[in-house]
Design a protein around this ligand. Structure first.
Ligand SMILES: [Fe+2]
Length: 207
């Protein structure tokens, strides 16, 4: 499995294309404003887009998704975030905690429900890669002062992520602090994780 990373200068969003070079099957995570570059890459590599996965419904992650819908790829998102989307999709598959999406036999994506930044935030685990959207960044977590945010739920979501194998690699939704890390590194020096055992300390830390 290969990962192609697209960085967009507008809000420093990161979009990810995961693909199997052998079968040509691919999926895109948070296409955002890199939509055109992603389509060009898919065409150049002669890939077949099977799924569009949205970590959450904020416009800087889901914008341009309607263009990708024309490819007939299945669109997946948390239904709790529909209210946040500027252009809610006509057709989509709702994410569920534990749902496994089969992009192809070699690429299976496990969905982990991680509300907090938004009520319908999800992380996507694919082998040892974790795509965290705006839930977890290197050195910090996502904002929890937005409509539908909930700091207590964010704590529970991060507790869930902290239980993943330490070698799990993190690919976040923005290029903050480089955008990539590992669970092991974040457990050691991310202030959100360091205060996670106590709800009051955690909320003080992130608000
Ligand atoms: Fe967001």
């Amino acid at each position: 499995m290969k990962v192609e990373i697209f960085r967009n200068a507008r809000m420093d969003n990161l979009s990810y294309l995961i693909f199997d070079a052998e079968s040509g099957s691919c999926a895109v995570i948070d296409p955002s404003w890199s939509y055109r570059e992603i389509i060009s890459f898919i065409e150049k590599e002669e890939l077949s887009l099977k799924a569009v996965l949205l970590t959450h419904g904020h416009y800087d992650h889901c914008d341009m998704t309607d263009g990708l819908e024309k490819t007939q790829a299945d669109l997946y998102l948390g239904r709790e975030d529909i209210f946040l989307m500027p252009k809610p999709p006509k057709k989509y598959f709702p994410l569920k905690d534990g749902l496994e999406i089969s992009v192809c036999p070699k690429i299976r994506v496990k969905c982990i429900y991680t509300p907090g930044h938004s009520p319908g935030s999800y992380c996507f685990l694919c082998r040892d890669l974790l795509f965290t959207g705006d839930t977890l960044f290197p050195g910090c977590c996502g904002r929890v002062d937005l409509p539908g945010s909930d700091p207590k739920l964010m704590r529970h979501s991060l507790l869930k992520l902290s239980a993943l194998p330490p070698e799990t690699r993190i690919y976040s939704g923005h290029y903050y602090n480089g955008g990539q890390s590992s669970i092991e590194k974040e457990l050691k020096d991310n202030p959100c994780f360091l205060s996670i055992d106590n709800e009051d300390s955690f909320i003080n830390e992130i608000l």
